[in-house]
Design a protein around this ligand. Sequence first.
Ligand code: 5GP
Length: 145
Amino acid sequence: MSLDGAYDDQNIFARIVRGEAPAVKIYEDHAVLAFMDVFPQSRGHCLVVSKTSRARNLLDVEPEVLCKLMTDVQRVARAVVAALNPDGVVITQFNGSPAGQTVFHLHVHIIPRWIDQPLKGHGQGGIADVDALKVLAEQIAAKIS
Ligand code: 5GP
């Protein structure tokens, strides 16, 4: 999908937000949901999405929604660092399939990095063990302030 197009309310993140598809959740409030990426590029890779906006990408989103979303990206990223002690953290976000976007509901990736561990390719990490994701999500959630 290019930058232009209609929001598809059957996309997987919309279904997760509505509780129609499973996800290993880390943090949730009225506006934002953070959950583990099921094809993680590194240990602790997680995603933050808006629960209220029908934005497909950052170019679409209402500024006030973006402000809240990014505030919570910072909150979750700080918790990832506190819980997992990575050497660095990638915060990334793709707009349009030519840019690498595969799910067209605005989301931000939080990807912890360790200097001795190569990053897996985007969407090429293989499916994660759900029980292992639950352990990580609990560790991260415990550090959210
Ligand atoms: P994008 O390519 O759109 O930037 O990122 C989509 C992300 O969603 C990818 O990192 C992919 O691994 C992840 N993903 C795709 N399907 C699912 C799913 O059903 N559940 C979860 N938790 N993550 C998903």
